[in-house]
Design a protein around this ligand. Structure first.
Ligand code: FES
Length: 273
């Protein structure tokens, strides 16, 4: 039911065994250049064990059942892997639970009767396509600029053929946990993508397999990042909202690699990569 004057006060804390009702204030926008606004819906009979995306599924059944357009939102794996389910929930990227993607956020973390405001990522580099869906292809441009290795074709090498110190392997794998959801950009007051870019670069630049393109990667990825996103001013909001809890240490490494790359690439006569 659309009701622009819905109540906002929670009625009671959710009983883990009882169904809850939520008042969802959802951003509705027909297309990239259409004006958007919030619409308010009451959704009852929700299990506290449902994920937030399942609450949106119930809302959409409600809407389609009455002949209205369902809310468009991105999702795929629904288990915190693909990074497509990003949205602002009560002003927080992926909602109130730290280290959790929206698809893994359960309704037990909300109060019965609570009003929950749901918006798309707000960043110039992520234009709204429809409702809660944004275009995150600016991230793809950064990865295209250097987020790859030139692996020789042929059969897979022996797993022990290339030795990697344990600390290096762990640091690289921690960075590789980035799912590219865009929460870091959405939470940053400058809409900077340093955490994302730092994670992608750290993953490859630390490992031996990433060394042939190391300096070109650093320079090209940073240049691509700066074309679309703002500057980092060390607020740290990105780390706070990252569903994979990527450390801002990767930003320090990004900055270090970029500075070294400027010298290394100059020595190579501009032939980076
Ligand atoms: Fe894949 Fe949430 S739907 S991370």
């Amino acid at each position: 039911m659309t009701s622009p004057t819905a109540t906002t006060a929670p009625r009671a804390a959710a009983d883990p065994n009882e169904a809850v009702a939520l008042v969802l204030r959802v951003w509705r926008q027909d297309g990239p250049s259409a004006p958007g606004d919030f619409e308010t819906y009451e959704v009852a009979g929700l299990s506290p064990d449902m994920s937030f995306l399942e609450a949106l599924d119930v809302l959409n059944e409600q809407l389609t059942g009455t002949g209205r357009m369902p809310v468009a939102f991105d999702h795929d794996c629904r288990e915190g892997i693909c990074g497509s389910c990003g949205m602002m929930i009560n002003g927080q990227a992926h909602g109130p639970l730290r280290g959790t993607a929206t698809c893994q956020l359960h309704l037990r973390h909300f109060h019965d009767g609570q009003t929950v405001t749901v918006e798309p990522w707000r960043a110039a580099a992520f234009p709204v396509i429809k409702d809660l869906v944004v275009d995150r292809s600016a991230f793809d441009r950064i990865v295209e600029a250097g987020g790859f290795i030139t692996a020789p074709t042929g059969s897979a090498p022996d797993a022990n053929a290339t030795r990697v110190p344990k600390e290096v392997a762990e640091a690289a794998m921690d960075a590789a946990a980035c799912i590219g959801c865009g929460a870091c950009v959405a939470a940053c007051p400058n809409s900077a993508a340093h955490l994302f870019t730092g994670a992608k670069l750290t993953h490859l630049n630390l490992l031996p397999q990433g060394q042939p393109e190391r300096w070109g990667r650093a320079e090209h990825m940073v240049e691509a990042m700066e074309r679309y996103f703002g500057s980092c001013s060390n607020h740290g909001e990105c780390e706070a909202v990252c569903p994979k809890e990527i450390s801002i240490d990767v930003i320090a490494l990004l900055n270090r690699e970029f500075r070294k790359a400027r010298f290394a690439n100059r020595r190579l006569g501009g032939q980076s990569g």
